[in-house]
Design a protein around this ligand. Structure first.
Ligand SMILES: Cc1cc2nc3c(=O)[nH]c(=O)nc-3n(C[C@H](O)[C@H](O)[C@H](O)COP(=O)(O)O)c2cc1C
Length: 215
């Protein structure tokens, strides 16, 4: 056993999530936790771990940034031809996870990812810094490339074209996905490993049911 690792232990004393505290609407509950974490989190509180499943049944995870959320779900932007983009096209079931150590909280989301409208992706693309726009255009995300110099040369070419006055449009291969949740779970660390877990499930008619889970 690795000694320092096996003795790493945190006592979770920060907060509680009582049945009476949790909102009956998980998006409202998310909204309230997200507002709190923005005040305490170091780094990107909107970073979520996104898991997709390949056609071979093998799952894979990576970090993406949530850029919008509302009653419809959670939006992130990416390359539609990347590994995740192709996997979602074949199987839209995804899992998403936020971990916020500053508040000893975790939020799990299960749902279906669908492409947002081109107009929504266009609108967001236009708000991105110029360098990020170029990056989205020139990077064949998830494909094997010869080396770093190859990528930088493509970036430079696109930058020079822009400087000559060419307009940069959102490429068709880049845009947003919205994760429409059908299950959510809020986890609050508590002492003695008796953590609070409140789960939500969406019924066929769209309303949410709420339940407490054993830690
Ligand atoms: C903090 C952080 C934020 C990231 N945000 C995004 C993002 O919003 N969109 C994206 O496509 N990749 C993002 N990435 C890179 C992805 O984790 C991943 O490397 C990339 O999307 C390729 O994944 P794939 O090959 O599984 O499709 C981020 C990585 C980190 C560490």
């Amino acid at each position: 056993m690795n000694e320092p690792l096996s003795s790493m232990r945190v006592s979770y004393e920060h907060a509680r999530l009582g049945d009476e505290d949790a909102d009956r609407d998980p998006i409202a509950q998310f909204s309230s936790w997200f507002a709190e974490v923005l005040e305490t989190h170091v780094g990107e509180a909107n970073a979520l771990i996104l898991s997709t499943v390949g056609v071979d049944g093998v799952p894979s995870s990576r970090t993406v940034l949530m850029k919008q959320f509302d009653q419809r779900g959670f939006v992130f932007f990416t390359n539609y031809e990347s590994q995740k983009g192709r996997e979602i096209a074949a199987n839209p079931h995804v899992a998403a996870l936020f971990y916020w150590p500053s508040l000893q909280r975790q939020v799990r989301i299960g749902g279906i990812a669908t492409r947002i409208g081109d107009d929504e992706s266009d609108a967001y693309f236009q708000t991105r810094p110029c360098g990020s726009q170029i990056g989205a255009v020139v990077s064949p995300q998830s494909q094997e490339i010869p080396n770093r110099a190859w990528l930088e040369a493509r970036f430079q070419q696109a930058k020079e074209a822009l400087e000559r006055g060419e307009k940069l449009k959102r490429p068709n291969h880049w845009g947003g996905f919205r994760i429409e949740p059908d299950s959510m779970e809020f986890w609050q660390g508590r002492p003695n490993r008796l953590h609070d877990r409140i789960g939500y499930r969406r019924g066929d008619e769209g309303s949410w049911s709420m339940h407490r889970l054993a830690p």
